[in-house]
Design a protein around this ligand. Structure first.
Ligand code: AGP
Length: 604
């Protein structure tokens, strides 16, 4: 997704903007640019190379104390310099950076063309500075208000006027933007990781609100331009470590943080063996829940599948797991005794936010699980519990998945305890097993050589299969996503029992198949499935927690620590994350910023 950084203060704006844009690189981008003001002139530089190349571009610019920076993840218009932000109006009076999609830009472009404006880019964004020019009658804030009232879609905007180097205007709608408050300097950013180096005092801009940043003050306005107070919060920076700390890639660092992430998440909600969730959901309401919907995207949705397993098994409440981009358009069936759980690492995923709004509009009880405090989903939700994964920078989610699975498992057990359907002893057994998970994850992490060896075997393959039943299938889905999203090797996950209904036709000599086998009850079935694909030439790796798994059925078996079967994804997922990582490194690809992807999909 696009990234925005803005600065007004006493320091060199270029330094702050470049530093901030570097922190936003993880969001994914394909071009970038910076605009500053000097002597009532714009100094604008853009490139389709990486941010580091901007450094040389701006060496000859005059030092300025005000500027806007942008990383673009192309939506409308190809990857080229003319489409990179910032964008100016025809008269070069206003400059804008934008994150989001203007859905009515074509008609706005026609309206502007009829008034003599011309366009030089293929972007939707370019209508904005020209509309500001059209609407400008001496007050930039009012011109901005008139402009955004004409926009349909989503936007986070930073705006400057060439002959007014004393203010930046910011506004947003369904696209994230935060305001940083410093000493004689102020900031805007798509997320606060970009400016934490300078300030941890953050003001949250809500949809349709405006902020006017001057060097020594920030004023906030509501949608009707009435001045309003906005609480400035101190962000807890200890969780926000956005450095690699010696690892070659953020992804490897974050995989190795799985253990501490698991411990932090457990310690937050499991205290002296007792579960405690600070949510507004009475025991009576829990007893009356008739149906649970878990709504998320990508990895978060895969984590949600584990919730389905645990909650259905121990509460007998039917759970359906929905992809947010489907749920929002299917006119979902929701009753007053339903309960909806949203899962989102970033808290900014557009489809998930839209589903949350739909559920809120229908006044259905809900709760969100997010990793980023003060994110949009955090602020919109009636109830929120947090994964304690800290900043996850790599586009491919790893430690956040582990934290999400732990959190949804804990919450499932919490519901079961409240519903009283399951004897506490078994539930307490699971809780005791959960406490051992961080150490077991660490044990698995220390076997990395096994995964490097296996990754070396499959790095040049064209297709890889991930196979399992029940929870093992849910892990297969996530393991398959990890491989394809960073190594670009096609992979697919199939319920092992489903293979013979079609996909087995794809198995041929030396096809790599990674099998998860953690269920004693399904062991025989899994072994016979393995034999089916072995008979057709597959090369089979088995990840198992069952110490008596027969040694003669697969090409390679990696025995993982024994664990309560309900918690097996927390261990089997670790090798899959590392295998995907090492394959990608073998292929010399950009592990942390895979092509076409963004860390937070803030547009539809
Ligand atoms: C997973 O590796 C991807 N980064 C992606 O599938 C991600 O999980 C999905 O976009 C949901 O993001 P969220 O958790 O921030 O809502």
């Amino acid at each position: 997704m696009c990234g925005i950084v803005g600065y007004i203060g006493e320091n060199n704006a270029n330094d702050v903007l470049l530093t901030g844009l570097k922190k936003l690189e993880y969001r994914g981008y394909d071009s970038c640019g910076i605009a500053t003001i000097y002597n009532d002139k714009f100094q604008i530089h853009k490139t389709t190379n990486r941010i580091d190349s901007l450094v040389s571009c701006i060496q000859d610019t005059e030092k300025s104390n005000i500027g806007l920076g942008h990383t673009r993840w192309a939506t409308h218009g190809g990857v080229c310099e003319k489409n990179a932000h910032p964008h100016t109006d025809n008269k070069d009076k206003f400059v804008v950076v934008h994150n989001g999609i203007i859905e009515n830009y074509i008609e706005l472009k026609e309206l502007l063309k009829d008034k003599g404006y011309e366009f030089y880019s293929d972007t939707d964004t370019e209508v904005i500075p020209n509309l500001i020019d059209l609407n400008y009658d001496g007050n930039l804030l009012e011109a901005t208000k008139k402009t955004v009232d004409m926009l349909e879609g989503s936007y986070a905007l930073g705006i400057m006027k060439k002959d007014n180097p004393n203010e930046i205007i910011a506004t947003r709608k369904n696209s994230p933007l935060v305001i940083g408050v410093g000493e004689n300097e102020n900031f805007i950013a798509s997320d606060y990781s970009a400016i934490l180096k300078y300030t941890n005092k953050i003001g949250i801009l809500e949809n349709d609100e405006f902020a006017v940043l001057k060097k020594d003050e920030v004023s906030f306005y509501d949608k009707d331009l009435n001045k309003k107070d906005v609480a400035i919060k101190n962000i807890d920076t200890k969780d926000f470590d956005v450095e690699k700390n010696g690892y070659e890639h953020f992804m490897l660092k974050e995989i190795n943080e799985n253990s501490i992430t698991a411990k932090k998440t457990l310690d937050t909600y499991l205290i002296n063996g007792k579960l405690k969730f600070d949510i507004n959901l009475s025991d009576e309401e829990i007893k009356n829940i008739k149906h649970i919907h878990i709504v998320a995207c990508g990895t978060a949705m895969h984590a949600g599948l584990n919730g389905k397993y645990i909650i259905e098994k121990f509460t007998r409440i039917p759970v359906n797991v929905e992809v947010a981009s489907e749920f929002r358009y299917k006119n979902p069936i929701l009753d007053k005794d339903d309960f909806v759980i949203f899962i989102s690492q970033s808290g900014e995923t557009a489809d998930t936010i839209a589903c949350l709004q739909l559920v809120k509009d229908r006044n259905i009880k809900h709760m969100s699980m997010v990793n980023v405090k003060e994110s949009t989903i955090d602020r919109m939700s009636d109830n929120v519990i947090y994964t304690k994964a800290g900043a996850e920078i790599a586009v491919a989610s790893t430690k956040a998945y582990i934290a999400q699975v732990i959190l949804i498992d804990l919450f499932g057990i919490y519901l079961a305890q409240k519903r009283g359907l399951y004897d506490d002893e078994e539930l307490n057994n699971i809780l005791r097993s959960l406490i051992e998970i961080p150490n077991k994850i660490q044990e698995v992490l220390e076997e990395d050589k096994e995964y490097i060896d296996y990754a070396n075997k499959i790095s040049n393959k064209r297709d890889v299969f991930y196979l399992g039943r029940g929870l093992d299938y849910y892990v297969a889905l996530e393991g398959s996503l990890k491989l394809k999203e960073i190594s670009y090797i096609h992979s697919e996950a199939t319920q092992f029992g489903e293979l013979k209904h079609g996909p087995i036709a794809l198995i041929e000599d030396d096809t790599p198949a990674i099998v998860m086998a953690t269920s004693k009850n399904l062991l025989d079935k899994t072994i016979s499935n393995i034999k089916e694909i072995k008979a057709r030439g597959a090369n089979v790796l088995v990840l198992t927690t069952l110490k008596d798994f027969p040694s003669n059925v697969a090409d390679k078996i990696i025995l993982l620590p024994e664990v309560n079967e309900n918690l097996s994804p927390l261990l089997t997922m670790i090798p899959l994350q590392l295998i995907a990582y090492h394959v990608t490194v073998n292929k010399g690809l950009d592990v942390d910023k895979p092509r076409n992807l963004a860390k937070s999909v803030t547009v539809e």
